[in-house]
Design a protein around this ligand. Structure first.
Ligand code: DC
Length: 273
């Protein structure tokens, strides 16, 4: 029987803004001969096993392309860790705001990044972040931190430090899905499977609006379009190198549901494994 994405119980995650996908009842986990585990409705056996060997999977792309939701969904389907590298830049920005560090002073930002103890707990559907023993996982999602993070992410010496830390974390994880802007191009150039997710500006904005509405906030579509346009202009497009033929699988998610994107990526991973 062909695999229909709607038969699968979706992984629990923060509201995503993606178009809702119907699903049926409860399921149970099936351990496959490959060692992978899948959630499947009680009435069915898994339609096909997810085959993969230990591997690094990278997902890069612009803001609002659905990277985080897709990375979490993929990591959960493959039962491997999810490394959210944006959270690390956000954690440094949060610490800089708390300590009133001058965002125009690159040396001060780099000194701060060197001095803090940044700990990540990479689960299947989350990355929790601690700075100097304090859990900042929720605090780093504020609008103030989002704006400040773009300035931190432009600081090359901070990038160098965080790239090293990401590689160190990667070595401790084994198989994982790494999500960011430079994962396939800079941080893990030897990753077995590399994805670039794209989506039209309008669709990215529509997702953000749905996401914010689900979280109880109201926002103008035009405002979100402008915000994304501005972020596109300053975002270092570090994944550009991956757009050359054969470097990565580029997936335009504009007309796809979250479940369809995750299914597509799983198929690529199976083919690679
Ligand atoms: O994916 P995100 O919104 O959590 O990322 C927060 C910021 O960090 C955003 O400005 C992009 C930047 N970033 C980056 O430059 N490189 C990464 N690997 C991850 C995020």
């Amino acid at each position: 029987m062909p695999h229909r994405s709607t038969d699968w119980k979706p992984v629990r995650h923060r509201s995503t803004g993606w178009k809702p996908v119907p699903h049926k009842g409860e399921g149970r986990f099936h351990r496959l001969e490959t060692g992978a585990t899948l959630m499947c409705p009680d009435s069915q056996t898994p339609p096909h096993p997810v085959r993969f060997t230990a591997m690094i999977i990278t997902i890069d792309g612009p803001a609002g392309s659905g990277k985080s939701s897709v990375a979490r969904g993929l990591a959960a389907r493959l039962q491997i860790a999810y490394l959210d590298t944006g959270a690390m830049y956000r954690a440094v920005a949060h610490a800089a705001l708390q300590r009133a560090v001058d965002f125009d002073d690159e040396d001060a930002l780099a000194a701060l990044a060197r001095s803090i103890e940044l700990e990540l707990d990479c689960g299947l559907t989350h990355t929790r972040v601690q700075v100097d023993g304090q859990d900042v996982s929720d605090a780093i999602r504020s609008l103030a931190v989002s704006s400040a993070t773009a300035r931190v992410a432009r600081c090359q010496s901070v990038r160098d430090l965080l790239v090293e830390r990401q590689r160190e974390i990667g070595r401790s994880l084994g198989s994982f899905v790494a999500e960011g802007r430079d994962q396939g191009s800079v941080v893990f150039p030897n990753a077995e499977v590399k994805f670039v997710l794209e989506a039209s500006l309008d669709e990215r904005a529509a997702r953000r609006v749905r996401e914010m509405q689900t979280d109880g906030g109201g926002v103008e579509f035009a405002e979100v379009v402008e915000n994304l346009r501005a972020r596109d202009a300053v975002d270092a497009k570090q994944w550009d190198a991956l757009m050359a033929p054969g470097r990565a699988s580029v997936v335009d998610t504009s007309d796809m549901t979250l479940a369809e994107v995750v299914d597509t990526l799983v198929e690529h991973v199976q083919a690679a494994g």
